[in-house]
Design a binder for this molecule. Structure first.
Ligand code: ZN
Length: 237
């Protein structure tokens, strides 16, 4: 039993270690946050520009097609105008012409605006893409020490994870499942050490009878108060 509890306690310690070191690895240190944010913004700006250009190209194709439709209609009305039979028919066709001319002007404006936007965006994108490799290199240079620290953490995590797998393979599936359930429910502490006859998680005194069972170590004892598994280490009471 004490073997099992030693293993569960070590397992919990390793799981917590992996979680906190993993967070450290994924958190850019304060002194680098600004540098990192500025660089990310540059990369994102390039992505946004590319995306916007694609959209503008689609809008441009659509607006050009609309313009061509309106111009087609305009030609049709011009032909009709040459063949009108009455003044009433003449003013009706003229009316249609007015309408289509307005549509043509609107469509032309739209096409022009999009073309200007695309031209500006392309120039901006070109400039940004040209300087990005150098900026990336400079950025990585600034991040060099941090990247090395991240790699070192990854090594630590790898060996901790191997130990976790090994410990888990030695615990029976039912006990392991119960342990994980508690770990989840109890904020990452499923197994609480008993220190000076108290549960170290909730600080409630452990009953003398339970203390006795813990010392003989032949069953799993839960804390009366917080329901965590109690762990008594005779070398560290
Ligand atoms: Zn407790």
């Amino acid at each position: 039993m004490s073997g099992l509890l030693d293993e569960l306690y070590r397992l919990q310690e390793r799981i917590r270690f992996v979680q906190s070191r993993g967070r450290e690895r994924d958190t850019v240190p304060a002194e680098l946050t600004e540098v990192d944010t500025a660089f990310r913004e540059k990369v994102e700006a390039v992505q946004r520009l590319k995306q916007r250009l694609l959209e503008a190209e689609v809008e441009h194709r659509r607006a050009s097609a609309e313009l061509a439709d309106h111009q087609e209609k305009q030609k049709k009305y011009q032909a009709q105008l040459r063949n009108v039979q009455s003044s009433r028919e003449y003013s009706a066709v003229l009316n249609e012409m007015d309408g289509v001319e307005k549509q043509i002007r609107t469509a032309e404006d739209k096409v022009l605006t999009l073309e200007e936007e695309m031209e500006t965006s392309r120039a901006d994108l070109k400039k940004r893409e040209e300087s990005l490799p150098r900026e990336t290199q400079e950025h990585e240079e600034k991040m060099k020490d941090w990247r090395a620290a991240q790699r070192a953490i990854n090594e630590e995590l790898k060996s901790a994870q191997a130990e976790i797998a090994d410990l888990e393979s030695r615990v029976r599936p039912r006990e392991l499942a119960e342990f994980h359930r508690l770990l989840e429910k109890k904020g990452g502490v499923a197994v609480a050490r008993v220190v000076s006859s108290s549960c170290s998680a909730c600080h409630v005194k452990v009953r003398p009878a339970a203390m006795q069972s813990l010392k003989t170590g032949n069953e799993i004892i839960y804390c009366d108060s917080c329901r965590r598994i109690l762990y008594y280490d005779p070398h560290n009471p």
